[in-house]
Ligand binder design. Structure first.
Ligand SMILES: [Zn+2]
Length: 282
């Protein structure tokens, strides 16, 4: 049997999970069009089962951080910028890889709102952000499912940058908008679940969000607009999802999560291609 493409026999519908014939034009149970995905449903489901948002965010961020350091090693190793300047990629390297800024929309660089989420300005910045994602991410995955978790994270991250680009404008990088989105999702999840456990989840997430916001307002280089935007968008998307959280993640949601991951990688490639001429000249 061909391991990649299956054109005969029965498959599990990628939307509702029931056993159906691969040739079915429409799933008789849930109405999904072309549930066999022209023979590729099995391949798609194996890929979907492997997709882990916490893993993707962690390792994609680390990879881009190492590339950013390598693009400008002298600047990355120069001391004298305090603790937050420890192993900090240069502004030029971050710009190359897709740092976002106020003019990014009018310049047609909308994709930087995706790439900038996975870029970080120093060892402490990436260290703390990944620590947060690795402690909140798995809990949100349990409550909402993996695809929904990634959609919440990305919507909050892009929403946060949209707020900071339109209302602020300073060049910015970092996953904190998405982290605030995950915190908002924890608040929504705890409240919908109720009981002692739900109340404890909500209380803890509220406390963390409040503490992080406060720390942000105390710091001088924090993108507070991205934090507030991420919190608001994360809350709205999580509210949209909460009614469906008990249901399995359908085909559309899984494709959306894959598309967002693809755009996040393509965004860095687009930034690199667009900035290479500038990089060579300076
Ligand atoms: Zn179905």
């Amino acid at each position: 049997m061909n391991a990649v493409r299956q054109t005969q026999g029965s498959i599990i519908c990628p939307s509702c999970g029931k056993l159906i014939d691969v040739d079915e034009p429409r799933c008789p149970y849930c109405g999904q069009w072309r549930p066999g995905m022209f023979g590729y449903a099995g391949l798609f489901q194996r890929a979907a089962a492997l997709f882990d948002p916490t893993w993707f965010i962690t390792w994609y961020s680390i990879l881009l951080y190492l590339i950013a350091l390598a693009l400008d090693p002298r600047s990355a190793l120069s001391a004298g910028h305090g603790l937050f300047g420890l192993l900090a990629p240069s502004g030029r390297a971050l710009f190359m890889l897709g740092m976002t800024y106020g003019g990014s929309l009018s310049d047609g660089h909308w994709y930087t709102m995706f790439s900038a989420t996975f870029l970080h300005g120093g060892l402490l910045h990436i260290g703390f952000n990944l620590l947060w994602i690795r402690s909140i991410g798995p809990m949100v995955e349990d409550g909402f499912g993996r695809a929904r978790t990634f959609v919440i994270f990305m919507a909050a991250a892009v929403g946060g940058f949209l707020a900071s680009n339109l209302l602020g404008g300073a060049p910015t990088v970092g996953a904190s908008g998405g982290i605030f989105g995950l915190l908002a999702a924890s608040i929504v999840y705890g409240r919908s679940r109720g009981g002692h456990f739900g109340e404890a989840v909500t209380r803890q997430a509220l406390m963390w969000a409040g503490l992080l916001l406060l720390l942000g307002f105390m710091g001088s280089r924090t993108n507070n607009l991205a934090h507030l935007g991420g919190l608001a968008v994360g809350y709205l998307v999580a509210r949209l999802f909460v009614l469906r959280a008990e249901r399995r993640e359908g085909l559309g949601l899984t494709i959306l999560a894959f598309a967002l991951a693809f755009v996040s990688v393509a965004a860095v490639v687009l930034s690199l291609i667009g900035n290479v001429p500038y990089f060579l000249r300076h």
